[in-house]
Design a protein around this ligand. Structure first.
Ligand code: ADP
Length: 517
């Protein structure tokens, strides 16, 4: 921008100088001095105009209005002496230089600034443009020159030019509101006091400087943003970039994380589905094939022994019960998942429900070689429960105790009152459950992956159903277990509602609740 501004100032200065240059007379013309006077008079921005002609010497003419000022007069005399002295040595090469420029189609000007008077702290900027004179003979070493009026430059030319450059820049910048406004200033080389400044200049240190190269040598053009610095802009830019980068990285990482999670979940689900299909079909196949085998044997009439026949019938009944239990679990589960599971709450004698449920199972328990103990209190008030669902929960726990026991076959079921609630414990001396797995076994489809659990096929639905049923009754189910020693599953049901209904005069009433998954 500084280079372009320098060029614009130079072009403007050359345009003004062109007007005067074309009027410069031939040095040998009798009225050359008068012509020069006229040029100076017609162009008030010219402080001095001169012609250097090697054979005849130097003519310097100054602005008439300034001639009364002794300083301007002294300046004119000084200029004449210096031009005479310097040009008598340099004129030839200078002329060649400007003629070459003219030949190339460039503006034929050579600019220089003249030394500031010593002792003056902020001397006025003096500059001269020299050029070939069109009217002079080609073989003559003749040069014309004009010296700009320093007051005109400082108070009119530079501020006007800088403001018009600024106006153009601001028009560009206004299209982008985030672009801060700028200010421009000119100072002399080695003198940092601003000589001229645009309207937007608000003082302070310039951000960028550039020594001018065109019509105004020894001047420095400086630029800065209004109300901010490049450092502050850079810092703000860096800060926004880092924040944007941080946000993008965060989005990317969370995107990766969620993709990873959903892929993982999809894989887990796929594995779960195939596990369920294989487990459930195994669970269904075993009792079905046993039923078929014993039914076929009986059908063939090959068992004459009545006791044996009875045993076969019992096995068929037992296996069909197992099948029913499994199908009930699956049906319950699908009802819960669909939010259609309904409970029929009735005031129930829990002790007799637990007893009758276990009675139907006692044979199977003992057949499996289990030591069986039962501690069932009779001092319970009626409890408001869904009989079938509660019986199914108990059977799931008992089944698990049988399924997950090895050599030490022990099963104990206790029902007792404890602190305003009823507790139903199912204890075994089986394989136990590692602590880390204990909170997961109530999740649907979850199975502990122990070699032993693989031997015992299952659907992973039993405990999740137990938990759902117990929670629907306002209670909770918990486990205490030590691997290798056994487990204790406890169902805790609140008693207060039951007691209230027991105390009331009304007979056992019935409610139906639908509880979702
Ligand atoms: P399933 O028995 O069909 O696998 P459950 O939901 O009933 O499904 O049980 C979940 C898991 O909890 C079982 O796979 C088993 O690993 C563990 N588990 C349940 N009951 C016991 C128990 N009494 N002893 C040891 N582990 C058990």
């Amino acid at each position: 921008m500084l280079a372009i501004s320098d060029k614009r100032l130079t072009e403007r200065a050359y345009e003004m100088a062109d007007e005067a240059r074309h009027k410069f007379p031939c040095p040998t013309a009798p009225n050359a001095a008068q012509e020069l006077d006229k040029i100076v008079a017609d162009h008030p921005w010219i402080a001095h105009a001169f012609i250097f002609d090697k054979p005849t010497g130097t003519i310097v003419r100054s602005q008439g209005s300034k001639m009364s000022d002794p300083e301007s007069r002294a300046e004119g005399v000084k200029l004449q002496n210096e031009v005479q002295l310097w040009f008598s040595i340099e004129a030839e090469s200078l002329l060649e230089k400007v003629r070459k420029m003219q030949h190339k189609g460039d503006k034929p000007y050579f600019a220089f600034s003249y030394p500031a008077s010593k002792g003056d702290k902020h001397p006025a900027y003096q500059n001269v443009l020299i050029f070939p004179i069109d009217a002079a003979a080609k073989d003559r070493i003749t040069l014309g020159g004009i010296c700009f009026d320093s007051g005109y430059l400082q108070h009119e030319f530079f501020p006007g030019a800088l403001n018009s450059i600024m106006a153009d820049t601001e028009a560009d910048a206004s299209r982008d509101s985030s672009h801060p406004k700028i200010g421009m200033m000119l100072h002399q080389y080695r003198d940092y006091e601003p000589m001229a400044a645009s309207l937007g200049w608000d003082g302070g240190e310039p951000e960028v400087e550039r020594k001018m190269e065109g019509a105004f040598p020894d001047l420095v053009m400086a630029i800065k943003y209004q109300g901010t610095t490049i450092q502050a802009i850079t810092q703000r830019f860096l800060r926004t970039s880092y924040i944007t980068l941080g946000c993008i990285s965060l989005l990317l990482i969370s995107g990766l994380y969620f993709t990873y999670r959903s892929v993982n979940k999809a894989m887990e689900l796929a594995k779960l589905k195939s596990d369920i299909v294989s487990n459930v079909s195994h669970e269904l196949r075993t009792p079905l094939s046993l039923i078929r085998l014993y039914a076929e044997t009986l059908e063939l009439g090959r068992i004459p022994d009545d006791a044996k026949q009875l045993e076969y019938y019992r096995i068929i009944r037992k296996e069909s019960e197992r099948l029913t239990a499994l199908i009930n679990n699956i049906l319950d589960f699908s009802r819960i998942e669909a939010g259609k599971k309904e409970y029929e709450f009735r005031d129930t004698d829990l002790s007799s429900l637990v007893r009758s449920t276990l009675d139907a199972y006692r044979y199977q328990i003992e057949q499996n070689g289990f030591t069986y103990e039962e501690y069932i209190t009779d001092e319970l008030p009626p409890v408001r429960i869904d009989r079938e669902a509660m019986a199914r929960s108990l059977l799931n726990l008992v089944n698990n105790a049988i399924k997950y026991s090895n050599q030490d076959k022990y099963l104990a079921v206790s029902l007792y009152r404890s602190n305003g609630s009823v507790k139903l414990d199912v204890v075994d001396h089986g394989i136990g459950i590692p602590r880390a797995e204990q909170h997961k076994i109530f999740d649907k489809f979850y199975r502990v992956c122990d070699p032993l659990c693989h031997e015992n096929k299952g659907s992973g639905l039993g405990l999740s159903l137990v938990q759902h049923i117990v929670q629907a009754h306002g209670g909770e189910v918990s486990v205490e277990s030590t691997p290798g020693k056994g487990s204790k599953f406890s169902i805790t049901l609140p008693l207060h509602a039951a007691i209230k209904s027991a105390e009331g005069s009304k007979p056992a009433n019935q409610e139906v609740h639908t509880v979702g998954a």
